[in-house]
Ligand binder design. Structure first.
Ligand code: HEC
Length: 152
């Protein structure tokens, strides 16, 4: 029920003789307001959770620092410098001529939507893909490069 104080705050003034009709109106108002506030809170919370999810998915695991590369990964980095670096950033998702390759093999899919398996990478590298030209590599260059791509 509406207390005298509430009625005063709401500016109903006549605290003693507030009619039943007025009282129920004020009550209805307050309930509606509460429902609105609850709904807003709920919307904010849901929005927050969705935002966090999106941000969380975007924050990629960091690339392995060069000091931790093994010999094969270091050789692969040289192959990358020679054949890929002019079109791709390795440790960023920023695009150059092609997409940035940070965390490439840790993602569920590559920009094309294909999973970043070694088979698929080999195919893209040796045969090209869309605007990306094919690159002719020896077997050992390819193996080194794949090892390096896994450090990104
Ligand atoms: C002349 C520029 C160029 C060079 C050199 C190049 N790329 Fe690309 N790369 C691209 C472009 C452009 C795309 C986007 C292709 C598309 O989907 O149309 C791409 C896409 C890719 C993709 C994503 C494929 C997918 O399925 O989404 C990978 C992985 C990749 N390149 C790796 C490499 C590697 C490794 C090398 C070195 C052997 C390399 N690229 C050399 C331009 C290049």
């Amino acid at each position: 029920m509406l207390s005298a104080k509430d009625a005063e705050r709401k500016g109903l003034g006549r605290t003693v003789e507030t009619s039943a009709a007025e009282e129920s109106w004020a009550l209805y108002d307050r309930e509606q307001m509460q429902r609105r506030i609850l709904f807003s809170l709920f919307a904010l919370l849901t929005g927050g959770v969705v935002l966090c999810c999106v941000a969380g998915c975007r924050s990629l695991p960091p690339s392995m620092p060069p000091s931790q590369w093994n010999a094969q990964e270091a050789r692969g980095a040289q192959v990358f410098e020679q054949y890929c670096a002019r079109c791709h950033y390795a440790t960023s998702t920023r695009g150059k001529h092609g997409p940035g390759l940070q965390a490439l093999t840790k993602l569920r899919s590559m920009p094309s939507g294909a999973p970043p398996t070694d088979d698929r990478l080999t195919d893209v590298i040796l045969h090209g893909h869309g605007m990306m030209p094919a690159t002719a590599l020896t077997d050992s260059q390819l193996k080194d490069l794949l090892a390096y791509l896994h450090t990104l």
